[in-house]
Design a protein. Structure first.
Length: 463
């Protein structure tokens, strides 16, 4: 019986190899076969001035990294794209086909020949500077912020005074850090009361501590940027409101690199010509990046899970989704279950990577009728087998802002039919956050006090 199984297995393997050989050219050259794949999928980041650590612009550069490229493409580590959905398509997906991966592997196995240079394709024309074009307004930090070489992660907010006499509407914000090695993410918001200026004036160093005491994703939010993310225009004529008299704030997370840096970030703002006719907001699950979920991950637990469910009180259309976690993040999934019982996946990240925290836009608006149930699952891995675990040996990890602590959530951006229904949604989300907290915490603790304590620090004087 074992012999029969062996021969059947051998026959299957040989058939697979023959089939694979039919999928690509028998003799693979860089110029005619590999260059089109690299130029169109890798070079946009792998070139001078971009985020990748080395360039892939020509035969010599690609050959030098050939075996590494073959390995990371087979493992689907590169090009970096972690979002999956069997039901909905994402805009701008960076995925190689099995045939393209096979061609790269065959080229390496055949000795990485240059091939026919006359067939080398022209390098794509990449946009220099601002990726979305020249902004309507460029804002720069007032002065450099000194980022230390070592220590705990730094959370710092910076205010840029504005003087608009009328409301403005923002359709996109592009963020450029001067020291991308240490800037992990930046959240954008506005302040109409002058509090940010007061907090900034009390500090001896640029900026101030505190990130809005839980208001990061409230009505004052203007979006944000994370490692690996690219600026995008809001779809369908949507725009953020920037009220007259407001100041612009960047809430930044610095992850120290081992050497001192000086950060002078700038943002490019793109204004809409007219106020939008529709409104939008975000649904975050679990609420407050998991701060209300009593996250406490035991050492050695490779599948610590928090789940959250929310039934939509109004009709909505989803257009974007973004996940967030730290080093122990493992898996994130958000699904929509409709009234007829059908369940569809809005986002599934099976292998979380702290280094790539993108916002994924859907190719089309997704209808989510009233009564649809959203379910979210966040999984962390605090085992010694997790190569990203910052603790050796593993130790208990609780919720916190530091990268060595944990948080986790999925945020889906949605468009209600009007402002009245958006208010209904906001009230339902506020109620849901309270219920989520009370289910996981002793009744002696106040939901309001707990939330305030988690984000306390905005009103303290800095050194």
């Amino acid at each position: 019986m074992k012999a029969i199984r062996f021969y059947f297995g051998l026959l299957f393997y040989l058939c697979h190899c023959l089939q694979a050989s039919d999928n690509g050219p028998k003799s693979v050259g860089f110029s005619e076969h590999v260059a089109p794949i690299i130029f169109n999928n890798c070079t946009s980041c792998h070139r001078p001035g971009e985020s990748a650590p080395f360039s892939l612009r020509n035969y010599g550069e690609v050959k030098k990294r050939g075996r590494l490229i073959a390995r990371v493409t087979v493992d689907k580590v590169m090009p970096p794209w972690h979002a999956e959905s069997a039901d909905y398509e994402f805009e701008g997906q960076r995925l190689l086909t099995d045939k393209q991966i096979s061609i790269i592997g065959a080229w390496v196995n055949q000795g990485m020949k240059e091939g026919n240079t006359e067939k080398l394709p022209q390098m794509p024309a990449f946009t220099k500077g601002w990726q979305l074009g020249e902004p309507d307004l460029v804002l720069t930090m007032k002065e450099e912020y000194p980022v230390p070489a070592v220590g705990r992660d730094v959370y710092r907010s910076f205010v840029i005074p504005l003087d608009f006499k009328k409301d403005k509407w923002i359709k996109a914000i592009e963020f450029i850090p001067s020291s991308p090695e240490v800037v992990h993410h930046s959240l954008f918001r506005y302040d109409t009361l002058g509090w940010a200026r007061k907090l900034d004036s009390r500090s001896k160093t640029p900026g101030f501590t505190g990130m809005g005491e839980g208001e990061v994703l409230g009505p004052r939010s203007l979006g944000g940027w994370g490692v690996g993310g690219r600026a995008k225009f809001l779809p369908g004529g949507l725009a953020y409101r920037l009220p007259s008299g407001a100041d612009f704030i960047m809430d930044m997370h610095f992850h120290l690199s081992g050497k001192p840096e000086k950060e002078l970030s700038k943002v490019g703002i793109y204004f809409a010509d007219n106020p939008p006719k529709e409104v939008f907001t975000g649904i975050q699950m679990p609420p407050e990046f998991g701060a209300l979920s009593r996250v406490s991950i035991p050492p050695g637990d490779s599948n610590y899970t928090i789940e959250d469910s929310f039934v939509l009180p109004v009709d909505l259309e989803a257009f974007s989704v973004s996940p967030h976690a730290h080093y122990l993040g493992k898996e994130m999934k958000m699904t929509a279950t409709f009234k007829n019982g059908d369940t569809k996946t809005l986002l599934w990240i099976k292998n979380w990577d702290f280094s790539w925290q993108e916002q994924y836009n859907y190719k089309d608006f997704i209808s989510l009728p009233k009564g649809t149930r959203l379910d979210t699952k966040i999984v962390w891995d605090n085992s010694a087998e997790n190569p990203n675990n910052p603790h050796d040996p593993p130790r208990r990890v609780s919720w916190g802002l530091q990268s060595s602590e944990e948080m986790g959530s999925v945020i889906v951006l949605v468009k209600p039919r009007n402002e009245e229904e958006m208010e209904v949604l906001h009230r339902a989300l506020k109620k849901h956050a309270g219920e989520h907290y009370r289910l996981r915490n002793p009744p002696r603790s106040s939901f309001r006090d707990k939330l305030k304590n988690l984000f306390r620090g905005s009103n303290k004087k800095d050194g």
